[in-house]
Design a protein around this ligand. Structure first.
Ligand code: FES
Length: 80
């Protein structure tokens, strides 16, 4: 992936994903300040129970069961 492409990482913060720890995943992602990469909390992504759910746009790359320790890998995948 090119570093020049703008990407958005959506992190579900709806009830089921929050129960599965999505607030910590969001906080870990927000700790990174990377140009062309925006981290956004979002409502239900329609995959409840497989969370925390994360999706990288515009490619629509989906991740399920994301753990805070995996955030550096996500950042790398998103071009950061
Ligand atoms: S609550 Fe996260 S996908 Fe539905």
């Amino acid at each position: 992936m090119s570093l020049s492409t703008s990407r958005v990482i959506l992190v579900c913060q709806n009830r089921t994903c929050r129960r599965q720890g999505s607030a910590k995943v969001l906080a870990a992602l927000q700790a990174y300040a990377i140009a062309n990469l925006t981290v956004k909390p979002t409502g239900c992504l329609g995959h409840c129970g497989n969370g925390p759910m994360v999706v990288i746009l515009p490619e629509e790359i989906w991740y399920s069961g994301v753990q805070p320790a995996e955030v550096p890998i996500l950042i790398k995948k998103a071009g950061g």
